[in-house]
Design a protein around this ligand. Structure first.
Ligand code: UDX
Length: 469
């Protein structure tokens, strides 16, 4: 880090969503004194009583242990936050807005309110944008709002960018042990303060300009989503040629330059970030007069994967009208109750549209899925049943579709096959291993696995290999 260290600054967190709370508790865990403010009084009350407002692995335990240490304090006003904390992180939501752009109203309003509160404060403050914002936003939007509202120049108010790379289900671990810390600022004082705030975190810091730091976030998500889309594209090859996509990408990822992670073919990526960020990235590129072709192709492949999945289901099950289909796992990935952009929505929509009767199950995300499904589909909500147990979901089914790889589904007992009318599964994650389903009478058709699950051979099969029925 640049220059001499400063004394440990107090930390402020404005906006206690998933990212805000994980960051706040990670700073507290490293010995910082943390002040947190959220506009929602229920979130503040929940935090004060030591109950995590969100379901996330390890969060409740960390909230309690940090609460006992007394370094994590919830405040009721932005004024208190501005007064108590020297380095304040904006962790406000930037959801998808119109035309693929991000919706900046909460960030704008938060920056304005914080700026006004800072007007009354004496001494240097650093405001850090942690929310995901397209490159250029900190300097062209947030900083001017803060300066106007506070009346302060760079000598008493620093503005910086510090994107987060937290992944759902691993947020606490990712926040405590980041792989890299990316900070963007324009002067040494900001960098020094951020170095002091992050002292003790076991990761190297990259010092960049604010727009470079913001770009790293979008480049990271685009690259990760690109790897997923690439694996999905390769899965079409193995299906067509006769082979197993996991064997192919396993060998591909063994090259250190490529790496094995994020190459698991599946129903396409979901979640609150990838789709939203890539669309915003494409939009921002257009504003700048450049093309984000990798992001565009990644999104296009992801959309095609939805069609590919519905094609795979139809080819496996035949005409769907009147058939009963069980969808196992409706979260956007296993290990979370989050259903945002879950591929389960287009899958269930496609099935309903084709005239199937659909039952869905999920160990954690069923209520969220149901709420969102009913909001979206209104009167057609009756065409889907929400099952509390796997066996209820499978009873009488002509087909099951495994959408999310929950461990609960992976040891397939014989009674599950017996409950189905036809013991047949389309496994979109290749999660049901042959050994776990041995003797259960289950037939499995896996995405990315060509005929009979054969490994690809050097001699291609004779012309026009028929696809699976
Ligand atoms: C992602 C990024 O990983 C994180 O760094 C960023 O801060 C937010 O977005 P998250 O949305 O929690 O995190 O989920 P992630 O684990 O990245 O998975 C995203 C989607 O891609 C899921 O639908 C997942 O099922 C899918 N995926 C992921 C694959 O299909 N194959 C893979 O190999 C990896």
């Amino acid at each position: 880090m640049t220059g001499r260290p400063t004394s440990t600054p107090t930390v402020g967190i404005m906006g206690v969503g998933y990212m805000g709370i994980a960051s706040a508790l990670a700073f507290s865990h490293r010995g910082r004194r943390v002040f947190a403010y959220d506009v929602n009084p229920r979130v503040r009350a929940s935090l004060r009583s030591g109950r995590s407002p969100y379901r996330e692995e390890g969060l409740q335990e960390l909230l309690q242990s940090e609460g006992r240490r007394g370094r994590f304090v919830v405040v009721d006003t932005v004024g208190e936050l501005a007064e108590s904390a020297r380095c304040i992180f904006l962790c406000l939501p930037t959801p998808a807005g119109r035309g693929g752009r991000i919706h900046l109203a909460p960030l704008r309003a938060g920056a304005r309110e914080l700026g006004r509160a800072l007007r009354e404060v004496r001494g240097y403050r650093l405001v850090v944008v942690k929310s995901t914002v397209v490159p250029g936003t900190t300097e062209s939007l947030v900083e001017p709002i803060l300066r106007r509202a506070s009346g302060k120049g760079p000598e008493s108010l620093g503005v910086a960018s510090n994107p987060e790379f937290l992944s759902e289900g691993r947020m606490v671990q990712d926040a405590l042990y980041p792989e890299r810390i990316v900070v963007g600022a324009n002067d040494g004082r900001c960098f020094r303060m951020l170095a002091a705030v992050y002292r003790g975190f076991p990761a190297a810091t990259r010092e960049l300009s604010p727009s470079e730091a913001e770009l790293v976030k979008y480049a990271s998500n685009t690259f990760l989503a690109l790897k997923v889309s690439f694996a999905n594209e390769i899965s079409r090859w193995t299906e067509a040629l006769g082979g197993n996509v996991d064997d192919v990408v396993g060998a591909l990822g063994a090259d250190r330059r490529i790496g094995p992670s994020f190459l698991k073919a599946g129903p396409g990526f979901g979640g609150s970030c990838f789709e939203k960020d890539l669309r915003a990235f494409v939009g921002r590129a257009a504003q700048l007069g450049i093309r984000a072709r990798a992001a565009e192709a990644t999104l296009a492949i992801n959309r095609e994967q939805t069609d590919h999945v519905s094609d795979l289901i139809s080819r496996t099950a035949g005409p769907l009208r009147g058939k009963s289909v069980a969808v196992l796992g409706v979260a956007f990935k296993a290990g979370t109750d989050d259903v945002r952009e879950s591929r389960a929505f287009p899958i269930v929509e496609g099935l309903v549209h084709a005239g199937a009767r659909v039952r869905v199950h999920d160990p954690a995300a069923l209520a969220n899925f149901r709420r969102e499904w009913e909001r979206r589909s209104g009167t057609t909500a009756r065409s889907v049943k929400f099952s509390r147990s796997v066996v209820d979901c499978l009873r009488g089914a002509d087909l099951a579709v495994l959408q999310a790889e929950w461990p609960e589904y992976l040891d397939w007992p014989a009674r599950w096959s017996e409950a189905m009318r036809t013991p047949l599964v389309v496994d979109l994650r290749r999660a049901l291993s042959p050994s776990a389903r041995e003797g259960t009478g289950l037939r499995v058709v896996s995405l990315g696995v060509g005929r009979d699950g054969r490994r690809a051979t050097l001699t291609p099969p004779k012309a026009a290999t028929p696809r699976r029925p």
